[in-house]
Design a protein around this ligand. Structure first.
Ligand code: NAP
Length: 350
């Protein structure tokens, strides 16, 4: 059995830990907390051993802490770092490297410049096997993961016909659980968004993709608006929907008025954390005009990368065959059932 430690128990870390603990080949030996708040007790109540930084131990006297992060890492096969963006790099330098353990980093880190955490940016649909013999790998952010999942099938089918892809990322301001984070009444522009460069990390620098990003005052998912240009007449909308029909982790919806409808449905159907863990193509918005396909899909910001982290962990720890890894991911996440329910609920009206 492989020993896995999840360092950071926020939006992403808590979800990862709660899902992967059900894999009988993995022992989640603990989670790392850095602030002595009520979430420490939540984690303990959830059945996890909680570890804290050695130099902060005294702050956690009110809780039943199992030990220091530094000591538990001495006895660990892989750490999933789910710390706030930029902290993963510091953790790598300060506590992972010297212990010679494998580590997965999240999308708030970078694989460029002197702060890079890894050489590989992972997307299970694009470069699954590349993670097999790597010590450090970064999981793409939710937006980067979403774009990879949409672009790879397009690239496979229309490789020599795609001439240009323009993407506008409409990003959520905060997550549902971040109730202390104020949402400002403004539309914020993002200069030099990292997402295009990140996508090129796995598709190659020559892919003709141009990404713009804005942030809007909502907690209810991201929306990607994509214009895909061809060197001839574009495929029909039906052909595009057919292409994604059997793609894992993509649902095709016709009657969702907005992203909140999808989360509300996820909540009513008791999906874990109100997450769908997938992308939702808003099929009623797809148009084929001349050489261009206009496509819109929403991206479950909190859920999308959780099954991806599990795919990555399986590649790094067990070098599992892709199909086997997907089968095991399905067992933990029930994505096919979620997709079926979503597609039925938001089906096309006759
Ligand atoms: N939120 C999303 O929708 C989303 C989606 C995709 C990717 N990501 C990426 O996932 C990563 C985590 O984001 P998040 O939204 O989960 O953040 P978050 O909710 O703020 O949680 C961060 C967690 O990291 C802990 N932490 C603080 N300092 C740490 C350190 N030095 N080392 C280890 N852990 C530390 C925090 O502990 P305390 O609470 O105890 O201080 C907290 O539990 C980021 O790289 C982010 O870009 C986020």
């Amino acid at each position: 059995m492989k020993k896995v430690f999840v360092n950071g128990y926020g939006t992403i870390g808590s979800r990862i830990a709660k899902f992967i603990k059900d894999d009988s080949d993995i022992d989640v030996i603990g989670i790392g907390k850095h602030s002595p708040d009520e979430k420490v007790q939540h984690a303990i109540n959830d059945g996890f051993s909680v570890y804290v930084p050695e130099d902060k131990n005294d702050n956690f006297k009110d809780y039943n802490i199992s030990g220091s992060i530094e000591s538990i890492l001495d006895n660990c096969d892989l750490v999933i770092d789910a710390s706030p963006g930029g902290k993963g790099f510091l953790n790598k330098k300060n506590i992972y490297e010297s212990r010679d353990i494998k580590a997965i980093f999240q999308g708030g880190e970078t694989i460029f410049n002197s702060n890079r955490v890894a050489d590989v940016l992972f997307n299970s649909r694009v470069n699954y096997a590349e993670a097999f013999d790597k010590k450090y790998v970064m999981q793409g952010s939710c937006n980067v993961t979403g774009m990879g999942r949409i672009l790879n099938p397009l690239r496979e089918k229309y490789a020599d016909k795609l001439t240009r892809i323009d993407v506008t990322l409409v990003r959520r301001w905060a997550d549902l659980e971040q109730t202390d984070k104020q949402i400002d009444d403004t539309i914020e522009m993002t200069e030099n968004p990292h997402h295009g460069t990140d996508v090129k990390a796995f598709f190659g620098k020559d892919i003709p993709i141009f990404v713009r990003a804005i942030k809007v005052p909502t907690r209810q998912m991201h929306l990607h608006i994509m214009d895909i240009r061809f060197n001839e007449n574009a495929p029909t909308s039906d052909e595009i929907h057919e292409l994604f029909k059997n793609e894992y982790g993509i649902a095709i919806l016709w009657r969702a008025k907005g992203t909140k409808d999808i989360r509300d449905f996820a909540e009513s159907t008791k999906f874990n954390f109100k997450d769908t863990n997938m992308l939702h193509i808003h099929a009623n918005m797809t148009t084929s005009i001349g050489d261009t396909i206009q496509l819109m899909y929403s991206d479950d910001q909190t859920g999308l990368v959780i099954p991806e982290n599990y795919m990555l962990l399986q590649a790094m720890l067990f070098q599992r065959d892709y199909k086997d890894a997907l089968k095991r991911t399905e067992k933990l996440f029930n994505m096919d059932e979620k997709k079926k329910l979503l597609e039925e609920h938001f089906s096309k009206k006759d």
